[in-house]
Design a protein around this ligand. Structure first.
Ligand code: SF4
Length: 363
């Protein structure tokens, strides 16, 4: 078995009651069958046995949370009481034939802090042991996974090439993903074999830097308005951000390019590099999700989603900067984990964003 971890993986430690947005708020936590049976036999009354989830209070906080943000189940019974979701979050494992990929969700504030306060390019540790994977996998998905992992390595190299502008890097990643999608669709429609795909040609396809007009950027922003939300906090942020940047009531929009340059200089004065922040977010989403497109065959959609997350989060940052005249790393971390909380754990929100970009491709 082969294993891949981002370099920060082993440094994660839950900050528990110091967490500004505990994982027990906002989400409906699904309880696995074994834990549900255990809770039932213990007659634990914070469980909705019909929905197989924990009850929430009227602020969407898990009923197990005490006033200090600690889990009453752990306090009373110890950590072994936790269901699989609670015991593992924010750790996530994706498994492909003989490869196990580990990631930490950036929707956890502590993970967002770890990733966004890292200045060096994120690296990925690979190891291997003699364990055999005994699960059955769809052979076609696994052949595609092998190609996707080569593409992903290239995407990460491109994303981390700090000699180039971010728009140039994003433009190339999107062009390659689109060329790959076209090749796969062509091969599969023509009864060809995945092995026929010329990956070298795909990797060297012509590209242009990403160049989103304010109108396109605004409609991409609007894709977030079709989401389901975990609470009012994020709704307030997107309404406020749209009004600030795109000025929907007065119809006068700000100069996004000038204001981004101004925000970037402001961040530089605080020793924060905007391009590095965006690079870390882009690399996070590419690493965590691109290979998963082996299962839905929408490779270009997944690459577009990774770029869209950067554009969305930068818009939230920009609106804050325009309105307050200031922004710091704590603000950026907060916008990133709040955004990821709405997107990463909601299939409808992911599909709504992909569907928007299906109709309005970024390149
Ligand atoms: S969101 Fe992260 S830091 Fe906060 S309580 Fe959950 S695991 Fe701990």
């Amino acid at each position: 078995m082969k294993y891949i971890h981002p370099d920060y993986y082993d440094n994660f430690k839950c900050i528990a009651d110091a967490c500004p947005k505990t994982c027990c708020a906002g989400w409906q936590i699904e309880i696995d069958d074994n834990s549900l049976n255990k809770y039932s036999s213990m007659k634990i009354d914070t469980v909705d046995y019909h929905e197989q989830a924990f009850f929430h209070d009227n602020k969407k906080r898990c009923l197990n949370l005490d006033e200090n943000g600690l889990c009453k189940l752990i306090t009373a019974h110890g950590p072994d009481i936790l269901c699989h979701t609670c015991a593992t979050f924010p750790r996530h494992i994706e498994e492909f034939e003989n490869v196990r990929e580990y990631s930490l969700s950036i929707s956890c504030p502590e993970v967002a802090r770890m990733i966004l306060s890292t200045v060096e390019p994120i690296s990925f540790n690979r190891s291997e042991d003699a364990t055999l994977d005994e699960e059955d996998y769809n052979p076609e998905e696994q052949s595609i996974y092998r190609l996707l992992s080569v593409l992903r390595d290239n995407f990460i190299d491109i994303a981390q090439d700090r000699t180039r502008t971010l728009d140039d890097r994003m433009g190339q990643i999107l062009a390659i993903a689109k060329a790959f999608q076209d090749e796969i669709d062509f091969v599969l429609l023509g009864d060809g074999e995945i092995e026929d795909i010329d990956l070298e040609a795909v990797l060297h396809v012509a590209y242009k830097p990403l160049d989103l007009t304010p109108e396109v950027r605004h409609t991409l922003f609007d894709a977030m308005k079709d989401w389901e939300y975990t609470g009012d906090e994020f709704v307030d942020i997107i309404n406020f951000s749209e009004e600030t940047i795109y000025n929907t009531t007065s119809r006068k929009s700000v100069d996004i390019c000038d204001m981004t340059t101004s925000m970037s200089s402001h961040l530089s004065s605080k020793n924060i590099n905007l391009d590095i922040i965006m690079e870390q977010i882009l690399v996070y989403f590419i690493y965590a999700y691109f290979c998963g497109s082996a299962y839905d065959e929408y490779y270009f959609g997944q690459a577009q989603l990774s770029v869209a997350t950067c554009v969305h989060i930068q818009d939230l940052m920009l609106a804050h900067y325009i309105n307050t005249g200031s922004i710091d790393l704590a603000d950026i971390i907060r916008f990133t984990y709040l955004y990821a909380r709405e997107l990463e754990h909601s299939i409808p929100n992911i599909l709504a964003t992909e569907a928007y970009m299906d109709e309005h491709p970024l390149v």
